[in-house]
Ligand binder design. Structure first.
Ligand code: COI
Length: 368
């Protein structure tokens, strides 16, 4: 296992300022006192692990990440537990996905235990930055960038920097007991990912390519973009930073059914997505993966068969979708208010993450 040297920050954020930030953290705006850095080179492998004061990097303008975007990242959270301890939620899943993204981007693998150790060390060092209100957390952003200062394009970089930064956070679309329903924009002009591309990897280019469509969404009064498949522009895929779930009214078995598009290789395999597929049957909901077309979405909302839709992700937690807008017209989901299945799943997920509910799958990993 790689060692990390701890170099504590001499000028931490003053306590009064930290408390003011924690009272209303928002999302991804302020950062804690420390960060983790770890370097990789072809000759030395992973080396020079540090927990050090949060601060800027000095990088050569030719550094390959600036030109070719060779990078990958993760998003996860540390939660204050009912006991006062701090828990990470399924960090080994993020470690595994990070390595799948790294592999797709031609980058080196980081041992899972080193990834988790880096998180534990940062969270312990900056434990006072973990808020204690339900729905708030310390958002952790592990990432890796290509650092070779060279413009050659034949081979990937021969050196990399892994880093973890942390930022106190409210759920991206509000932390209240009843979350605000989203209005979403169906993107028919742009495509997020095609078969064989990088859609299943958590890499910056997927997000950079989404900004233009997001501008269009905002111009149309929407919060987020819904992406369709690249080949037929018919099948619902995901929302960029979030996966989508469709909630069907109870069928013959009396159970509501949650359905999410299958992992075809063009959408991100969300940890929250997997968590909800596992958790739903415990709460008496059927859970399935199968594709749904835009036409079905619209028609099933009209017939009342489709009762609720929600987006989920680490940053978003679970956010209901109330209205869909598209160039060919709008339609609403149910009465546009968060539905009971959405709220029940959200309550249970947050309860487990904060150590206030039983954790039957041992998902919470004690960080300190
Ligand atoms: C996350 O949910 O952690 C993500 O990385 C999504 C990002 C768009 C905030």
């Amino acid at each position: 296992m790689v060692d990390f040297e701890v170099r504590p920050c001499r000028q931490p954020v003053p306590e009064a300022r930290r408390k003011a930030i924690l009272a209303s953290p928002g999302f991804g705006r302020t950062f804690t006192d420390h960060m983790v850095t770890l370097r990789w080179s072809a000759e030395r492998g992973w080396h020079d692990g540090r927990v050090e004061p949060y601060g800027p990097f000095v990088l050569d303008p030719a550094t390959s990440v600036f030109h070719y975007g060779q990078e990958c990242f993760e998003g996860m959270k540390a939660y204050r537990q009912a006991s006062g301890a701090i828990g990470l939620f399924r960090p080994e899943e993020n470690a595994a996905r990070f390595n799948r993204s790294a592999d797709r981007m031609g980058m080196p693998q980081l041992p899972e235990e080193t990834f988790v150790r880096a998180l534990e060390l940062l969270v312990s060092q900056d434990s006072e930055w973990v808020p204690d209100v339900m729905g708030t957390s310390l958002y952790l952003r592990p990432f890796m960038i290509a650092t070779q200062p060279a413009l050659g394009f034949t081979l990937p970089s021969d050196s990399y920097l892994f880093c973890v930064i942390a930022s106190p956070a409210t759920a991206a679309f509000g932390a209240g007991a009843v979350p605000r329903p989203l209005t979403v924009w169906l993107s028919e002009d742009y495509t997020r990912a095609a078969p064989g591309g990088t859609g299943a990897a958590k890499t910056g280019g997927n997000y950079a390519g989404a900004f233009k469509a997001t501008q269009q969404a905002v111009a149309n009064g929407c919060d987020q973009v819904v992406w369709l498949d690249a080949a037929e522009h018919t099948w619902v895929e995901e929302m960029g930073g979030m996966n989508l779930f469709f909630v069907y009214a109870p069928g013959g078995d009396g159970k509501p059914r949650i359905v999410t598009p299958p992992l075809t290789g063009t959408l991100l395999p969300g940890v929250t997505r997997d968590t909800l597929l596992t958790l739903a049957p415990q709460l008496g909901f059927a859970a399935e993966e199968h594709r749904i077309s835009v036409g079905q979405w619209r028609q099933q909302c009209a017939s009342g068969e489709l009762a609720e839709v929600f987006a989920c992700g680490t940053a978003a937690v679970i956010s209901p979708v109330g209205l869909v807008r598209s160039a060919s017209g709008d339609w609403q989901i149910g009465d546009r208010r968060p539905g009971p299945v959405t709220l029940r799943l959200r309550e249970e997920l947050l309860g487990i993450q904060h150590g206030q509910r039983p954790d039957p799958f041992s998902w919470v990993h004690k960080a300190c």
